[in-house]
Design a protein around this ligand. Sequence first.
Ligand SMILES: Cc1cc2nc3c(=O)[nH]c(=O)nc-3n(C[C@H](O)[C@H](O)[C@H](O)COP(=O)(O)OP(=O)(O)OC[C@H]3O[C@@H](n4cnc5c(N)ncnc54)[C@H](O)[C@@H]3O)c2cc1C
Ligand code: SF4
Length: 332
Amino acid sequence: MRSFHLVRANDRPAAVAEGAASHTAQQGASVRFLAGGTTLVDLMKLGVERPERVVDINRLGLDGIHKQANGDLFIGATARNSDLAHHPLVRDGYSALSQAILAGASTQLRNAATTAGNLLQRTRCMYFRDSASACNKRTPGSGCPAITGTNRMLAILGTSEACIANHPSDMAVAMMAYDAVVHVQGVSGDRQIRLMDFYVLPQQRPDIETVLAPGDLVTHVTLPPPPAGERSTYLKLRDRASYEFALVSAAAAITLSNGMIASVRFALGGVGTRPWRASEAERALVGQAPSEEAFRKAAEICLKGARPQTQNSFKVELAKRCIVHAFKQVVH
Ligand SMILES: Cc1cc2nc3c(=O)[nH]c(=O)nc-3n(C[C@H](O)[C@H](O)[C@H](O)COP(=O)(O)OP(=O)(O)OC[C@H]3O[C@@H](n4cnc5c(N)ncnc54)[C@H](O)[C@@H]3O)c2cc1C
Ligand code: SF4
């Protein structure tokens, strides 16, 4: 691992000022915030991340979880994934989020991993993690060996000719369905970013993954209160039952009124270059009876733009079945 300078930030302005010294907040950043370290330290050991300064943000008091006066759920940036998954407000009101977190990684990792770190984890594409390989995300312009190589796990939605890497987070998929808002403190003050607008598509610059700028410190995430009577679930399909990333996953939330679908929110994991909100398919479901046929039609809409690669065309049908099954679980 390249040598680096570790700084312990004692207040947020100091952390922001440290981060702002970097020329980018994306791949190649010379300053990185350290939360649980379960993504960052791995990538530093692999030589994929090579920050000169690492700013420990664990003493900033950003680990709260509570209901705000306006009814939103407040989730601190350094709240541990385990604490979030087991919090009564999450288990009771946002069960797909609790399930999504518990479906990821291992108990030990979830005890260390944090909210912001989870949202900002990096793709598991094997070429990205191997500094000896070409990779447009790690070294812009060097090429994408995954397109003709090993791509079974990678994305089928939102890809570009430059990159087909999928976003690996389970938690982010549930947060996407729950209309999460990311709160950021930066050099020009505080701002709020809908999670829908937080991640950018790879297009020609897959090294740029989010709208974050140097110095931007995620302070917390908020979730609006769920509609009365909403039921939700997270279904994760993977190669083995635990300690494995999703091939396909779905976070599905629904309310019924007089036997018909009154509101629906859903997002997919494992298949998109970012956690994939299925807005068009949601609109098609509202007002319908909650039948297998309606869910299948929504799944077809959701996957109509899929561009499978040489090894992952199976994900198209798997994703459709995952959506149908998740909704059947919720309504029955
Ligand atoms: C073996 C293994 C299996 C895993 N399996 C799964 C899985 O099945 N599903 C899943 O979803 N995840 C999985 N993960 C990923 C895991 O969830 C993430 O590594 C973890 O959530 C990252 O959180 P962290 O706090 O450790 O982040 P860190 O490593 O500390 O940080 C990650 C990135 O976020 C940035 N960052 C952190 N906090 C902030 C902040 N407040 N503001 C701005 N930037 C910030 C850091 O600078 C860094 O770039 C797995 C990880 C491992 C190692
Ligand atoms: S898919 Fe993206 S991350 Fe993977 S090798 Fe290609 S450019 Fe790199």
